[in-house]
Design a protein around this ligand. Sequence first.
Ligand code: BF8
Length: 636
Amino acid sequence: MSKMKNTIDPAVNYLLPLAKKAGIETVWDRFAAMKPQCGFGELGVCCRICWKGPCRIDPFGNGPQRGVCGADANTIVARNLARMIAGGAASHSDHGRHIALTLLEVGEGHAPAYRIKDEQKLRSIAEKLNLAPADKDIRQVAKEVALASLEDYSRQNYSIPCNWTKSTMTAERVDKLLDLGIMPHNIDAVIAEIMARTHVGCDADAANILLGGLKGALADYNGMCLSTELSDVLFGTPEPVVTTANLGVLKEDAVNIAVHGHNPLLSEIVCDVALKMNEEAKKAGAKEGINIVGICCTGNEVMMRRGIPLATNYLSQEMAIITGAVDAMVVDVQCIMPAITGVAECFHTEIITTMPVNKITGATHIEFREDSAIDSARKIVELAIDAFKRRDRRKVNIPDYKQTAIAGFSAEAIMAALSKIDAKDPLKPLIDNIINGNIQGIALFAGCNNPRTTHDNNFMTIAKELAKNNVLILATGCGAGTFAKNGLMTQEATEAYAGDSLKAVLTTIGKAAGLNGPLPLVLHMGSCVDNSRAVNVAVTIANKLGVDLDKLPLVASAPEFMSEKAVAIGTWAVALGLPTHIGIVPQIMGSSVVVEFLTEKAKDLLGGYFIVETDPKQAAAKLVAAIKERRKGLGI
Ligand code: BF8
């Protein structure tokens, strides 16, 4: 059997042998050392929620079929899955809480580092939330929108839906979620409810636990949605911007600062401050001043709003340090490998943690608070400049790989491009082309990378197949990172890979929008929380057609996912009615009830369902089949 490749990223392939030679351990080494991974864990039948255990169910039926308390495989698998969803929802919604609290501070005039950058968006959000903003002062509107968002974390009345989910769905979907009892009323309460119902001796009915999980996933959607929209208010709504991606964006003659993590509250201020400290960097010998680059979702945030180059995505974050050219890696929350401090010990790189609840042993901690954001950012940039002075030039190996990437396709940017074709009815050209089959459907790629499969390969293979089949492609998160690094966010990629009718549509829109050629093959919608942007586009189309989301030829794919957040996202995609592909075998296979619920029963209840397929070509075929089935349902 041939050995699976670690990655198809040329920059990583350049650096891995160098890491090996220098004895630096990477994620792929640790993954290899972990094999064989625990079979019980892989099936999800290991229970560790009380200390009578750990218990595990024998999947072959010879050993124990119940844990010490009597929980069977179905209960155990469902509980484990629901708890993962709660973890994901907690992460996204905590991010959203910080943004909402900051907007409140801005409204009250207490956060000098921040301001309202997109007033029009703020007013349109206030309209959607029924806050009658027309005659109000903009700071008052900010306060009211922030408070309406924070209400989604505090409401105690179970029968009132969360403001954001209710106001961003089709009416039919709202009714369906209410009917099923899975409409969230309060993000924090729903997460707490999952933890409570999965405590030992509580909910033992797998289907009921999964309904709780679906509610948790919708709470996740609510938190993501408000994170995205309020970030646009504070930092600007993305518009298409041309930039570059992959590790070749690092510069030998600059102080390279990598911003890594998720929340733009930190990265935006670091970028602002760094711009003002360019001269200090030059005085320290960096001819090109300061070069900020992004990693993971923070990378997406600053790429789409500022055109800052993307260095890399999740799985290759250590590689950025192994170039020897990163002077500081500034991190906030989520998806930061604890391994980075160990790698940084081999170089001069400062790893700077910034959040009180996210510290890493071996890192320098500079606390970042919204009220003193500029001071903290200044200290961070000063540390980076100091580190640059210590850089060992003999250890610098910047791979000569980078690609052009056109990023920043917010829902608003897509509508603006379409309005160049039909100003009165911007959606018409898109809908007409979906109905006439020039665009067969829309696929949203999301989620992480995972060493269980070749880094970036599933994303690239499936996207090229779908494009060939005239499917319009949207991307977020580390999937977006894959496409940016590997050249699919370019006009050339449209020429090379799009089917003829898709190419013609992308060319018409691109030319009308002044791009002098087609739109890129993959439209970059942003970070993981920005998956809500794709929902925004889908709901607009659904409302226009007068159908619910589960009728649209719209699919989602997380072909290399790994995080609890991705589990939550995939689950809400199903709850919203989307066929949702995952390319990694989920840790649920030990329960036939859970598998059947998520791949079949969910379809009856919600219209959406999971498709599990690890082979990327097969996955593409299944997604195309799901799109065709939807088209047939619509009679198109
Ligand atoms: O939120 S795609 S590895 S960085 S979890 Fe993490 Fe996964 Fe990347 Fe962004 Ni999303």
